[in-house]
Design a binder for this molecule. Structure first.
Ligand code: AMP
Length: 537
């Protein structure tokens, strides 16, 4: 057989050649754009020529701080298409983490949506490698700035060469993309994807027993393009010629419901918080959502009530999937097996709360301190994964050794497995808090709280939250003599300058002591119980 590389440029070429009339519908700040793959292809090529002219070379990192739009999609193909590396940056991280990520990845150029540009004005002095900024806007003028190296995206496209060729001699193992994921302690960790891993992962999204993405789909990725490449959906959909609907900046549940109805969206994907919002919207207002053949949900465990509402009340098939930044991300997908057809409705819904079985091409092990656990639906162990779209290291990071051991990625997720091989995520081995699909590090909050002069000990735990899945609550032991001298508000104000808004705990509870384990670590499980009892009172 030919040793032929799977490349991201070839994915776009396929869309140009075989689906020139199919469309990408994209909401930007000012309007809806409808562009065919023929047009998107030309714009992508123009963008590659612009990157070339701006001095971007093979292997250089191309950063994006952007919402889900057609422009972001074009960068998805232009950067790797000319040999550079697409680096999508999570706009919701704290300024400190955004600076860290940009410098650690050594981004050379940053593409930024107009409403996020003020952040660049604020932070650019801290960037060590960025030479150029490109603003994505529908307007003829650029936002105000003292920076001189700022270009307009649409000017670059207009002045570019729409016949520019995708680089031919790319090896499929060359880097194509990067995402950072937040860690329990310390800085975010980077994962580098290759052309090969993204292509194979796209195939996996197309399999009939997973998301079954195909040409006939109208796909709306609600999951941000900066969260594991919108779970790879833009790559797969372009390759397969599906229509794509990009919901754009600061979307609301109303916009999502309206887009599903108007553009006859067949498949959409996002974290549980998004679907809780959509559910509320469709239960308040009338929409025709009959086109939907699947709502894909991942990133956090999907609550059973929500699955039941989608499936039973609204007759919308609901698919639970599991993965991580390190797994590109699709690792498991939940579908009933053919012989499970006669399960009762309740049993089927129960089944859908599980995260499903492993995608073909991947391998898993679930281990505890005694080795492989039995698949008895009771014994818990850590999920280990390997396969062609599973990372084998963190980018330039000492923490690699801890998570990648003997060829297996240690997910940090504790699961049970039933006799069907279906996994259920029980908890993290660590105690990260997941709010609205984003991570919050309890340890970082604790460390800062404990830097306050009145605070002796601080421990932050997650409590379940209907809207956000989880929210942080801080428990604080005050130093002697500070009783009644410091308020909750003062402590929260102390945190605010150092963290993104959504990191700030919902409450501070003053306690006498924090339960600890035999080696002096906070016993978070115990504390969580105390907090829940306290909150019930
Ligand atoms: P991230 O790298 O931000 O995508 O986060 C990955 C982590 O999210 C996983 O290691 C899990 O802890 C969690 N996660 C992802 N999908 C699910 C799911 N379907 N159910 C429960 N937890 C999930």
């Amino acid at each position: 057989m030919m040793d032929h590389s799977l490349t991201i440029g070839a994915m776009m070429e396929r869309a140009e050649n075989f689906f020139p009339k199919k469309e990408v519908i994209s909401q930007t700040h000012d309007k809806i754009h409808r562009l065919t793959y023929k047009e998107i292809g030309k714009r992508t090529r123009s963008l590659m020529s612009a990157l070339d002219k701006l001095g971007i070379q093979r292997g250089d990192r191309v950063g994006t701080l952007a919402w889900n739009t057609h422009r972001h999609l074009e960068i998805y193909f232009a950067a790797p298409g000319m040999g550079a590396v697409l680096h999508t940056i999570n706009i919701r991280l704290s300024p400190e983490h955004i600076i860290y990520i940009i410098n650690h990845a050594e981004d050379k150029i940053i593409f930024v949506d107009e409403d996020i540009f003020p952040l660049i004005n604020q932070l650019h002095e801290h960037f060590t490698t960025v030479k150029t900024f490109v603003v994505m806007t529908d307007k003829d003028t650029l936002p105000e700035t003292t920076l001189t190296n700022v270009y307009s995206y649409e000017d670059l496209i207009r002045d570019g060469d729409e016949t520019y060729e995708f680089l031919e001699d790319i090896d499929e193992r060359d880097p194509a993309g990067m995402c950072y994921t937040s860690a329990t302690t310390g800085k975010p960790k980077g994962v580098m994807y290759t052309h090969r891993s993204i292509a194979l992962h796209s195939y996996a999204l197309g399999l009939a027993d997973s998301a079954a993405v195909s040409e006939s789909d109208v796909a709306m990725p609600v999951v941000p393009q900066f969260h594991v490449n919108a779970w790879g959906i833009p790559f797969a959909c372009t390759w397969f010629g599906s229509t794509q609907v990009m919901p754009g900046p600061r979307f609301t549940p109303e916009r999502l419901a309206r887009f599903i109805e108007e553009y006859k969206v067949t498949i959409t994907a996002g974290v549980p918080t998004i679907w809780l919002g959509l559910l509320k919207e469709i239960e308040t207002n009338n929409y025709d959502l009959a086109s939907l053949r699947g709502v894909l949900c991942g990133g956090s465990a999907a609550p059973i009530g929500m699955i039941r509402a989608f499936e039973q009340k609204h007759h919308i098939p609901f698919f639970h999937a599991y993965g991580a930044t390190e797994t590109t991300p699709l690792a498991t997908f939940s579908r009933l097996k053919s012989y499970q057809a006669d399960l009762s409705m309740d049993e089927k819904i129960q089944e859908r709360t599980r995260q499903g079985i492993l995608a073909p091409g991947l391998e898993m092990k679930v281990v505890d301190e005694n080795g492989d656990i039995p698949w008895d639906n009771e014994t818990m162990g850590e999920l280990l994964l390997r396969g062609p779209w599973i990372a084998n290291e963190y980018y330039n990071d000492d923490r690699t050794e801890k998570s990648f051991v003997n060829g297996w990625f240690h997910t940090g997720d504790v699961v049970t497995v039933d006799e069907e091989g279906t996994i259920k995520i029980i908890d993290r081995t660590s105690d990260l808090i997941k709010s609205g699909g984003e991570w919050i590090s309890s340890v970082e909050l604790e460390n800062v709280l404990m830097a306050h002069e009145a605070v002796f000990e601080a421990c932050v735990v997650a409590i379940p939250d209907e809207k956000w899945q989880e929210r942080p609550i801080a428990c604080v032991v005050l130093h002697d003599g500070y009783d009644g001298k410091v308020t909750k508000e003062e402590l929260l104000d102390f945190l605010k300058p150092q963290f993104a808004n959504f990191w700030i705990p919902d409450d501070v509870i003053f306690v006498e002591e924090i339960p600890k384990s035999s080696v002096g670590k906070f016993l978070k499980r115990e504390l969580r119980k105390i907090v829940l009892t306290f909150m019930e009172q």
